[in-house]
Design a protein around this ligand. Structure first.
Ligand SMILES: C[S@@+](CC[C@H](N)C(=O)[O-])C[C@H]1O[C@@H](n2cnc3c(N)ncnc32)[C@H](O)[C@@H]1O
Length: 227
């Protein structure tokens, strides 16, 4: 199968980009955005654990980037595996969180056995992969290695901002057509990869203002919620 690698993702192989990456979460607005995502992540993890009736012991963060969320798992006795394709990003993560296990890995084919981690998180990635078939291929690989489930981060197209972009595109004020999938397309991709959705967690309090959503998913044939 052709592998249309998104050029945007190649940028992270630069040492300068990796060094400056965390600046995005600095300052008042950045810190607030980071905290909102962290809160939604905790909610998504609780949802997965509630569904499985057990606490996760290991967590794969792919792509881990500079380890943005590692501090969240510090108090939970979770063993964290951080995986990323870009060595400079892994280097930054290791500097900050030396206790995690790191692997340089391509999400297309992970060097991990089936069901070898409890939970996987995949944050700030899918929206950079413009090809829906490639997204499904990545999703299937995440499903293969995750025993309990996966937390997916998507950016969908049903927001005022994306509708504004469509409008600008139609009147010729924007070059590229917005690529955000609709919520329906997101759900179809997730189903196609063999997952069942447990929730749809808007990261922002006002969902129409923000396209970000976290989706905890489990294997499609996973038994119903244990109580
Ligand atoms: C926008 S960053 C997100 C990092 C982190 N999840 C976060 O929330 O900050 C995207 C990351 O994807 C990594 N990446 C790109 N292609 C990849 C692939 N095929 N497999 C694994 N990681 C990849 C890049 O190196 C980069 O670190």
């Amino acid at each position: 199968m052709a592998d249309p690698r998104p050029t945007k993702l190649e940028a992270y192989r630069s040492e300068a980009v990796a060094r400056d990456y965390d600046q995005r979460w600095a300052g008042l607005i950045g810190t607030k955005r980071d905290a909102r995502k962290a809160k939604a992540l905790e909610r998504a993890l609780a949802c997965l654990e509630g569904h499985c009736g057990e606490s996760a012991a290991s967590l794969l963060d792919i792509p881990c980037g500079t380890g943005r969320f590692s501090r969240l798992w510090d108090d939970r006795n979770l063993h964290v595996f951080g995986a990323d394709l870009a060595l400079p990003m892994l280097h930054e993560a290791r500097e900050k969180y030396p206790d995690s296990t790191y692997l340089a890995a391509d999400m297309v084919k992970l060097p991990l056995a089936d069901a070898s981690v409890d939970v996987t998180i995949c944050i700030r990635f899918m929206h950079l992969v413009r090809d829906p078939d490639l997204r499904v291929r990545f999703l299937k690989e995440l499903r293969r290695v995750s025993r309990m489930g996966v937390i997916l981060d998507y950016r969908h197209g049903h927001t005022l901002r994306v509708w504004g972009r469509h409008l600008r595109y139609r009147v010729g004020m924007r070059e590229g057509k917005p690529a955000n999938p609709t919520p329906r397309q997101v759900r179809a991709e997730i189903d196609k990869a063999g997952f069942k959705r447990l929730d749809w967690i808007a990261v922002h309090r006002a969902p129409l203002l923000s396209d970000k959503v976290l989706i905890p998913v489990v294997q499609a044939d996973s038994p119903p919620t244990k109580s």
